[in-house]
Design a protein around this ligand. Structure first.
Ligand SMILES: Cc1cc2nc3c(=O)[nH]c(=O)nc-3n(C[C@H](O)[C@H](O)[C@H](O)COP(=O)(O)OP(=O)(O)OC[C@H]3O[C@@H](n4cnc5c(N)ncnc54)[C@H](O)[C@@H]3O)c2cc1C
Ligand SMILES: NC(=O)c1ccc[n+]([C@@H]2O[C@H](COP(=O)([O-])OP(=O)(O)OC[C@H]3O[C@@H](n4cnc5c(N)ncnc54)[C@H](O)[C@@H]3O)[C@@H](O)[C@H]2O)c1
Length: 496
């Protein structure tokens, strides 16, 4: 990877301190997997990481957010049990809630720490890497020449220009919110993507006065309008949302000796308003950590959104170079299981027997937002399907508002759309808001990955009474709309 030796240009600068077969930059999920895999073959390998060695997912991402949601669900169940004739008094100890989030997070982190501690010290470098003009990796006082480089530098919260200064210590992101030692009284959450929705609802359920802002009338980036509208409908019962609002200014002001954050915004009707409260959690998206890294010095071209061009979605390889960009760093699908698979594949690719490497196929697109009811997307989105005129599609649908088991459990709000292909009897994709969506999503993802037909799925048993029977109703609707007469039986309509 040393451009100096390729070009023959003499470099009067510092000398290379080590030469390695493989350098992994970033020790999150993707980087650690790549390192573990590549270490099976290569001994001259190095992994460089800036910050904690325990992964974003465990430290500030998936795990602490789900721990907060777990507490919120307990509070919600207790508070909403009166309709079952069960009356409970709920007292929320904010300090204990936040302490458990961190204690359990640290418990998960300790396993990763232990693994990393087991790696030889001379293969780990704690520091921020930069790739210099010669294509060499600069980190601390080292200059490393690597034959192959795996970049797994992850992503960071995006904060709109100037907000950090204007909001001072009232600003929070997902990197800092889980470090709060107590639950605040009030909070604005800006951004109704996965992060904003999950945290806003959890904190609301824990008694925080939360106001959620989003500039478009959409939650969780839903692309199917009916599902989006249903999600807004289900969530708005307990969550104060200003969707389609435009934030014009943010800042702090002192009222009666208390410092408060404020947000000046125009609501969706165009009326100017102000919100005031204790904290502003900025959840306006994440950006890949690549801009400052110097990847252009390795010949990697980035597009105007900092996405690497010529990226193999299977392996993270960039064109025919010896550079791999995996996990959130490549922005392809910034989710944990994808980072994990991509790291594994890149780690296998840099091994000598590349041809025999097991490369996991790109996963079927699949995402879950753990708000309540959950939001799930699987396979192709509706706009993607609609753009392809060859895909003759039908939309099978089921409402969970009156679905048997959902109603029994008091979680009956939701809608599932399954996009079926008329020509092939296969499932193209699905979008859902509703109870047990995480399980329904997994079944659909498995069906798409394994190329099952709608008939195959309907020939498998659905136990009664389950929320999953709703999936069967939607599949039957798909089959009915496909108008494949030999498959559709009127009698099947009676599901319970
Ligand atoms: C609040 C939150 C909740 C989430 N919930 C979920 C969820 O429920 N399910 C899900 O699938 N996904 C979830 N995600 C996304 C998931 O956490 C990420 O997709 C995943 O952790 C990315 O892993 P990674 O290995 O690509 O990056 P990371 O784990 O971020 O690792 C990157 C590492 O590289 C280091 N680094 C960066 N630049 C340099 C440099 N120049 N030199 C050296 N080191 C560097 C970083 O410090 C970091 O240690 C969530 C994310 C957040 C923030
Ligand atoms: N359950 C999960 O799988 C999970 C959970 C959390 C995070 N994640 C990952 O983290 C990524 C980032 O999540 P995210 O929620 O931060 O980003 P996102 O891009 O999904 O959502 C950001 C939201 O902020 C809004 N927004 C942006 N700028 C705004 C502004 N100035 N004013 C008002 N609204 C604004 C956008 O319209 C969008 O709705 C996700 O794409 C996902 O990959 C996954």
């Amino acid at each position: 990877m040393n451009k100096q030796s390729e070009t023959g240009v003499d470099n009067a600068g510092p000398k290379v301190t080590r030469k390695v077969s493989v350098a992994v930059i970033g020790a999150g999920t993707a980087g650690q997997n790549a390192f573990r895999q590549a270490s099976k073959i290569h001994d001259d390998i190095v992994i460089i990481n800036d910050g904690f060695w325990t992964t974003t997912c465990i430290q500030v991402g998936c795990m602490p957010s789900k721990l907060l949601i777990a507490a919120a669900e307990r509070a919600h169940d207790a508070k909403s049990s009166a309709k079952f004739g069960v009356h409970a008094t709920v007292q929320i100890d904010g300090k204990q809630v936040m302490q458990r989030v961190r204690d359990e997070r640290n418990h998960f982190a300790s396993y990763i720490k232990k693994q990393v501690e087991g790696w030889p010290d001379d293969k780990k470098i704690d520091g921020r890497a930069h790739i210099n003009k010669q294509g060499l990796i600069e980190v601390n006082d080292e200059l490393i020449e690597a034959e192959q480089i795996i970049i797994a530098t992850g992503s960071s919260p995006f904060i709109p220009d100037g907000w950090t200064d204007k909001l001072g210590d009232t600003i929070l992101t997902s990197d800092s919110v889980f470090e709060l030692t107590d639950l605040p009284k009030s909070m604005a959450v800006v951004g109704a993507g996965a992060i904003g929705l999950e945290i806003a609802q959890a904190l609301t359920r824990l008694g925080v006065d939360v106001t959620l802002f989003n500039r478009v009338k959409r939650v969780a980036g839903l692309k199917d309008d009916d599902i989006n509208n249903k999600a807004i409908d289900c969530l708005s019962g307990e969550l104060t949302m200003h969707l389609g609002s435009e934030i014009n200014n943010v800042g702090t002001q002192t009222n009666a000796e208390h410092k408060a954050a404020f947000i000046d915004y125009e609501d969706s009707a165009g009326e100017s308003k102000q919100w005031q409260g204790e904290y502003v959690l900025v959840a306006t998206g994440r950006r890949n950590n690549i801009k400052q890294l110097g990847v252009e010095n390795l010949g990697v071209e980035l597009d105007d959104k900092n996405r690497p061009k010529y990226l193999s979605k299977k392996t993270g390889k960039i064109g025919d170079s010896n550079v791999y960009i995996v996990g959130d760093a490549n922005t392809h699908i910034p989710l944990l299981h994808v980072a994990s698979d991509e790291g594994y594949s890149a780690g296998s690719m840099v091994c000598e027997n590349e041809e025999n490497a097991y490369i996991r196929p790109p996963a079927t697109p699949f995402s879950i937002v753990f708000c309540s009811p959950q939001i799930v997307n699987v396979g192709m989105s509706l706009p993607e399907i609609q753009q392809d005129s060859n895909l003759e599609h039908v939309i099978g649908s089921v409402s969970f508002d009156n679905q048997g088991r959902s109603r029994v459990m008091g979680v009956n709000c939701g809608l599932l759309h399954i996009y079926g292909c008329k020509k092939t009897d296969k499932i193209l994709g699905a979008s859902m808001v509703g109870p047990d969506a995480e399980y329904i999503g997994h079944i659909l993802a498995s069906a798409i990955t394994n190329d099952l037909s709608v008939k195959d799925m309907l020939d498998t048993p659905f136990y009664h009474p389950t929320i999953l029977e709703g999936l069967r109703t939607a599949l039957r609707d798909v089959q009915h709309k496909m108008e494949i007469p030999y498959q559709y039986q009127d009698t099947q309509k009676n599901s319970s």
